[in-house]
Design a protein. Structure first.
Length: 607
């Protein structure tokens, strides 16, 4: 498209220059340029606003001193942290003075000085606080917690309703703050995986609560906000369609596992990331499962249905493929489904007092099981899909360095297949990647920042990495980054899987880094190659003396992988090593490890 002088504010020479420049720009350059111009315009507006404000005598400005707000977050994967930062910016735009901090970095003794407190926290594992909330949670629920009669607070809790202890940590903070004398300025909000709308409503409710009793409006004009740094137009709510460049099986022939190595193009997205961050993927459901659902309910695949509150319409089959979760059952889903069926067994299952039976039913079943078990259904397709959760994204630790692989992101994804209740079950995203995603296809993605799993700022700091199976992913990114930047600190990898011959993921890369000195030391454990199963924690115990020496030398220790078994076992092994080599009691060893965690020297990315 050519710029014409007659219908533009440019002269002939400017128009010719622009016509020569614009066709040569990449999409990311265009995004950057538009952001630069917007920021420039905002800066000019800011300058004008400051000049005008300077002309207004302070005595007649009618502004009160901004009310101070402290925002504390506890976050494992970065969701609560991102929302905390967003809430902070929103409040600052309304004229409040805001402090945003990780619970881990907040000094508990300062709590008495806080008048307005916002808590944003996720729940991890089986109702546990995230790692960077543990010490604050322990303090607040301990005997040293102060009375907080002057405190006003509100809690935003993140969770997953498919888990028994949904939003448990947020509920505990909310109840404890009230118990200590605090007053809610806005009621607690418990968010499921699709939290954006609820979080936005919560912050508006918080602002309303904070503003009560204000004699004058202390909201700053929108134009007075400092220009934001130029960011990508793509995000969790507006994912980028990344092209698949490579899709390989990392396991050798005869392996019991299938681990996909995915390389995606981010060219033109403006997206950036650091080692330790994750990539979110919005997958599609298995078409075969969707067709089974349509057949079971005798629904018309082409029937148009609404897929969101905005009233967007899609054909039913497309809606079930891409917009709704159909492989996981939750308590809220069954409770709503009971209203659409006359089946007495379903009513009894969801009745108060039957929590244990409901928990047993939910485990290992999906929507097709529900429809088959409790029909007939007195509901239209539209009524039924309106009770389904939106398709949640899947987060994967990024397995590459952006410095080493510009405009690319690599992932390491284990294919999930298992049998349950006489049917084969498949992981939604992992099997899409393993069976249906080909080079040239695109898939919606976004970057999930994770400041709780990062390389040390000092490149001379030693690092110890424990990552069995697909837990190896972020450490591949760590090594690529350290090789690219020339980091001189020592590095030690503990890796484990089933068989050396078929399951040593990225074997040649690790051996190359070891040979070249990028990696200092490597210990591996292949559990099925010996009569007695050997895991990474056994290798750590064998090296306990040297491992403790590294810790004493200031090493940062990282764990990535399965939380329920591996991470728990490794944690106990670390306590055992510290207790033995440091000549400490179990309690002293626990304090030592807690101190490492407090100082960001013990970091976990577990799932």
């Amino acid at each position: 498209m050519q710029l014409q002088v007659m219908n533009s504010p440019f002269n002939q020479e400017q128009a010719e220059l622009l016509n020569r420049l614009l066709p040569t720009l990449t999409e990311s350059q265009k995004v950057w340029l538009s952001g630069y111009l917007a920021a420039s315009q905002t800066a000019n507006a800011l300058g004008t606003a400051v000049e005008q404000a300077a002309e207004v005598p302070a005595a007649t400005s009618g502004q009160l001193t901004p009310r101070e707000v402290t925002i504390l977050y506890g976050s494992q994967t970065g969701n609560a942290q991102g929302l905390a930062a967003k809430a902070g910016k929103t409040l600052e735009g309304r004229g409040f003075k805001v402090t945003v901090s990780s619970m881990n970095d907040f000094k508990p003794n300062n709590l008495k000085k806080v008048q307005n407190l916002l808590i944003l926290v996720s729940t991890h594992g089986e109702g546990d606080p995230p790692d960077n909330a543990l010490s604050f949670h322990e303090f607040l629920h301990g005997r040293r917690a102060p009375k907080l009669d002057d405190l006003r607070f509100s809690v935003l809790s993140l969770g997953d309703s498919s888990y028994e202890f949904f939003c448990q940590t947020g509920k505990e903070f909310d109840a404890r703050l009230e118990e200590l004398g605090g007053t809610r300025l806005f009621t607690r909000v418990d968010c499921d995986l699709d939290y954006d709308e609820q979080a936005a409503e919560w912050i508006e409710g918080v602002i309303s609560g904070l503003s009560e009793g204000q004699e004058t409006n202390n909201a700053a004009p929108e134009s007075a906000a400092a220009p934001a740094a130029v960011e990508s137009a793509y995000s969790r709510t507006n994912p980028f369609k990344a092209e698949v460049l490579e899709n390989l099986n990392l396991n050798g022939r005869g392996s019991n596992k299938e681990t996909r190595h995915l390389e995606l193009s981010l060219e033109g997205s403006g997206l950036s990331f650091e080692p330790g961050d994750s990539l979110g993927i919005y997958p599609d459901n298995d078409p075969a499962l969707v067709d089974q659902l349509l057949s079971e309910m005798k629904w018309d695949a082409a029937e148009n249905v609404k897929v969101n509150k905005q009233g967007d319409v899609r054909p039913l089959r497309e809606a079930l493929l891409s917009h709704f979760e159909i492989t996981t059952l939750t308590k809220p889903l069954l409770e709503q489904a009971a209203q659409l069926s006359a089946n007495e067994q379903l009513s009894e299952l969801t009745a108060p007092g039957n929590g244990e039976a409901l928990k047993v039913y939910l485990n290992g079943r999906d929507l097709l099981d529900l429809l088959r078990d409790f029909g007939p259904w007195n509901a239209s397709a539209q009524e039924f899909i309106s009770i389904l959760r939106k398709m949640p994204s899947r987060l994967y630790s990024i397995a590459s360095s952006l410095s080493a692989n510009p405009d690319e992101v690599h992932l390491t994804i284990g294919a999930v297949r298992y049998d349950s209740f006489w049917r084969e079950r498949k992981g939604v995203c992992s099997i899409q990647c393993a069976e249906r995603l080909q080079p040239g296809d695109t898939i919606p993605v976004y970057i999930q920042k994770n400041q709780n799993f990062k390389l040390p700022e000092n490149p001379q700091t030693p690092i110890i990495m424990v990552g069995p199976g697909t837990g190896i992913a972020p450490f591949r990114a760590f090594m690529q980054e350290r090789e690219e930047t020339g980091a001189s600190g020592k590095s030690w990898l503990f890796f484990g899987d089933q068989h050396f011959v078929t399951d040593f993921l990225y074997q040649t890369e690790w051996q190359k880094w070891l040979k070249e000195g990028v990696l200092t030391k490597m210990d591996v454990a292949f559990s099925r190659d010996t009569d007695e199963k050997v895991y990474v924690q056994h290798r750590m115990l064998e090296q306990s003396k040297e491992l403790f020496a590294w810790l004493q030398d200031g090493a940062v220790l990282y764990i990535c992988g399965d939380e329920k078994n591996m991470a728990h076992d490794v944690h106990n092994t670390l306590l055992e090593i510290i207790e033995k080599e440091g000549s400490m009691s179990r309690e002293q060893a626990a304090e030592y490890l807690a101190g490492m965690q407090q100082n960001k020297r013990f970091q976990r990315d577990v799932y």
